[in-house]
Design a protein around this ligand. Sequence first.
Ligand code: ADP
Length: 256
Amino acid sequence: MNKPRVVLKVGGSNISDGETIKTPQIAKLANLIQSLRTRYDVILVSSGATPTGYTRIKIDKRSMPNKQALASIGQPLLMQIYRDEFGVFGIEVAQVLMTKYNFDSQTQIQHAKDCIDTLLVHNVLPIINENDSTSVSEFIGDNDRLGAYVAHSFDATILVILSDIDGYYDDNPTKNQNAKILPHITHIDSKDLQAPQNPNAEFATGGIVTKLIAAQYLIERGKSMFLSNGDKLEITQEFLLNGVQRSGTLFGNWTI
Ligand code: ADP
């Protein structure tokens, strides 16, 4: 019998601090995914090619061609780290690079889905990233949206976004220390979807708005999203395996 599918999206800030790759963090992610695979088919969406490239060559990452070049250098290195760290748990990994154009065409979505389905049947973990060497930011724009497209197109019931923040707050928690986490959201106000996109970390491309846009996309399609802290993977583990939400924000209605 097919297992339900979950998509996990890790942000650039989970992978890199801008100077080094957080290999111990990737090892913890591998541990989480191993435990989730007892119950779910897991697809990973990973940012981080550009910061990984920057660990090798220090060129100005504000220029688009430089970013693309850094991504080209970083993507195979990132996959090597994934291969090594997931290999410890006996998890075989595969790389799938996508662009917005793939999601514009039902035929291309189906081809990609055939590939993902086959990988999952053979117990291989698909690791999806935007093809940053040929895409520029206006294509998909950020991996939060990519995660939402992946979750919807490849039949996952929920997208888990692992970020540098515990969840979605009633105000920006990095500016307002009285901001309160909102555990459950079923409706997103259109004005919140139009706020300026203001990522926190140097390599982050999204900010909270792109996460809300991803959540809205999924809610409209009857799917859900869970936003949680990538440094507190036990929260996601408990949520997905036991249905207990100790922190994080659930967008939409999802039950185990
Ligand atoms: P990632 O790299 O994980 O995708 P981002 O830095 O792009 O993360 O987005 C998360 C950041 O969004 C948080 O660290 C926080 O600074 C900012 N933010 C702004 N408003 C909010 C809010 N209402 N709730 C949570 N985070 C917010």
